[in-house]
Design a protein around this ligand. Structure first.
Ligand SMILES: O=C(O)c1ccc(O)c(O)c1
Ligand SMILES: [Mg+2]
Length: 629
């Protein structure tokens, strides 16, 4: 497949954009005249620079408000077009984009517009150039690709074709199946963009909120399926107007863009096997049956502190690595690995971030397939030298430079605990059973600007879905939270985006020098029994304010006896259409990391309404800012 991206989609100087785009694997760029006018090199130089980066110019958009104009504008537009044709020859592109007219002086009429394009087609043909016509969702007369196609059809000129843009079609909720009857060779280029569903003015929505296919809520896959059915085999070109991307990292945004196209076309090829766009087949998204383990990188002192806390939480040391300073703690299905090696990646992570949960393993249907797919989607491979008797577990880099391992039952990777670890025989002080059964969810905190990157990272590689974004109110600002989960809830990851460093999440990423796992939630079948056993082990739950309990009693109409039990144990409560949710928190450990214990009685959410109370309580526990560790 041939991929392209509009240079206005990313930030940076023109040359910086080109190198980021080329490195991400794109074949071409769309140039809008404004983007290139600001750059003080001749069009021929620009064309050469583009080619020097191994790229081509997929299209040029030099001006607008062309068709259906009364005189003297009409003649002026044709003169202008000729000047721009000169420029296109220098740039080295053969395709001009003209979007539908928005001018108040423009005249309507399909035949008038078709006649203008036929004449423009004649002029373009003399120079071996082509012109594509695109319906803007807010065009004055033409705002539907079906009408734009009718104009192109009536212009009836080989050098005039249609430009489709998923945003304009989907924003207006136009049936994408209307695309299927358009001959593929009459579509000159296809522009792709997604967007979050927000009710607002179409133009404003389009120019500020577009995002990469798969990052928003529009049915870009259905759109592309319909395009593929026409036999179209030209460029897939991202045209993403997004304020945040324009201020973001050109490298990261370009990589996300390329990944979004690879993911999109992998979905399309599975339902449109006859499409003419060539795509490299790859394994399907992995089925995840759970979090196989979480690994902490620690030093001596904080390692002891963490192990002591985990013992209070009911974990037992069950294995010691045969050759490394690594121990395995377990409870129910939960495996926690404590790594205090003084070399290697875990140690590097510890030195940069302090004690942290830098890696986790996912139990998937096929670990090698999961890894192969990840690499095809542009994920970074992770490997470190393995000693004798150790397994090379397929892995990639994840959030905050951490590591995601893939384990499965079929290749024997699931037997890692028996192979690499020696069972522990020494008798430990018995801390009593707490009843934690499995990992309910992992919460990863990132900078707000990175959220879409990681959302696409997970949803493109794993068979997961994303939930709508919710705002979590921290006393010091807003945190945006979005969930990636499997249908059956065996994997649940909450991504929390911090916009400001004073929130608990913002402070976590500032103090630990980057994004990462900020909390881990364990599931219990009986939170009251767990709470009682925890108290006997000397566990001090995060203290929740008495006001909270007055409020929930009234808000949910709860039995005062139940509320009193929750209050005594600092258990929080929520309810949705599916059932009830009970939560209990540990105070923070280290720089804002903490554990949570939950009991779900059918409930599908994550207790977002309680976050404000939990955050306020956690903040009361944090050491004052600026204190040494
Ligand atoms: O916002 C615009 O003006 C604009 C211009 C060109 C396009 O291809 C488009 O989709 C939007
Ligand atoms: Mg467009």
């Amino acid at each position: 497949m041939k991929t392209s991206i509009a240079t206005v989609s990313i930030s940076g100087e023109f040359e910086e954009k080109l190198s980021a785009i080329a490195r991400a694997g794109f074949d071409g760029i769309e140039i809008f005249e404004n983007d290139f006018l600001a750059f003080d090199r001749s069009p021929a130089d620009v064309g050469q620079m583009v080619r020097d980066h191994g790229l081509t110019v997929s299209l040029f958009q030099p001006f607008r408000d062309f068709e259906g104009m009364p005189e003297p504008f009409r003649s002026r537009n044709f003169d202008r077009a000729e000047r721009k044709f000169d420029l296109m020859a220098e740039l080295g592109t053969d395709l001009m984009l003209i979007c539908s007219n928005t001018s108040p002086v423009s005249l309507g009429g399909i035949d008038r517009a078709a006649a203008d394009f036929r004449e423009l087609g004649e002029r373009a043909a003399k120079r071996g150039l082509r012109v594509g016509y695109e319906a803007l969702a807010w065009g004055r007369h033409i705002h539907d690709h079906r009408d734009a196609w009718e104009i192109v059809r009536r212009a009836d000129h080989p050098n005039i074709g249609l430009i489709l843009d998923s945003f304009h079609t989907l924003a207006r909720k136009i049936d994408v199946n209307s695309i299927r009857s358009i001959p593929g060779d009459r579509i000159f280029i296809v522009q792709l963009a997604d967007a979050p569903l927000i009710e607002m003015d179409l133009l404003y929505w389009s120019r500020h909120f577009r995002n990469m296919p798969g990052e928003g809520d529009l049915a870009v896959t259905s759109f592309m399926q319909a395009v593929a059915a026409t036999g179209y085999d030209g460029y897939l070109s991202l045209e993403i107007f997004n304020d945040q991307f324009r201020g973001g990292s050109p490298e990261a945004i370009s990589r996300d863009g390329h990944r979004s196209l690879v993911y999109l076309m992998d979905q399309v090829r599975r339902v449109e096997p006859d499409m003419r766009i060539p795509v490299v087949p790859m394994p399907a998204r992995s089925q995840v049956s759970g979090v196989a383990f979480i690994e902490f990188a620690v030093g001596d002192d904080d390692g002891r502190e963490l192990e002591a806390l985990l013992k209070v939480l009911g974990f037992k040391t069950v294995g010691r690595h045969r050759t490394k300073a690594v121990t395995l703690m377990r409870q129910g299905e939960i495996n926690l690995v404590i790594n205090r090696e003084e070399k290697g990646f875990a140690n590097a992570s510890y030195l940069v971030h302090g004690a942290n949960a830098y890696a986790f393993g996912l139990m998937v249907d096929d670990a090698l397939a999961a890894h192969a797919r990840a690499l095809q989607l542009g994920s970074e491979d992770f490997r470190q030298p393995v000693g004798p008797g150790e397994m090379q577990v397929p892995a990639i880099r994840g959030v905050g430079g951490g590591v995601v391992y893939f384990l499965d039952q079929k290749t024997g990777l699931g037997a890692i605990w028996d192979i690499e670890f020696e069972p522990v025989s020494d008798v430990e002080e018995d801390h009593g059973a707490i009843g934690l059964t499995r990992i309910d969810h992992l919460a990863q905190t990132t900078h707000y600007e990175e959220m879409l990157t990681w959302l696409l990272f997970y949803t493109s590689q794993l068979a997961t879905r994303k939930t709508p974004m919710v705002d979590i109110i921290d006393p010091a600002g807003v945190i945006r939270s979005q969930v990636v989960e499997t249908e059956d809830g065996r994997l649940r990851i909450t991504l929390n985006g911090a916009e400001n460093r004073n929130t608990l999440a913002g402070r976590f990423i500032t103090e630990t020098f980057g994004s990462g796992i900020q909390h881990i939630a364990f599931e219990t079948a009986d939170i009251f029994a767990s709470a009682e056993a925890l108290a006997q082990n000397g566990f001090k739950a995060l203290a929740i304010s008495a006001n909270y309990y007055d409020d929930i009693e009234a808000r949910f109409g709860l039995d005062p006896v139940l509320v009193e039990r929750m209050k005594m144990a600092n258990i929080l409560y929520d309810r949705d259409d599916h059932g009830e949710y009970f939560q209990l928190y540990s105070p923070t450990y280290g720089e804002g990391f903490f554990f949570e214990i939950v009991e779900r009685r059918g409930y599908a959410g994550y207790g977002a309404p309680n976050a404000i109370f939990r955050i306020a309580a956690l903040k009361r526990h944090l050491r004052p800012k600026g204190m040494p560790r």
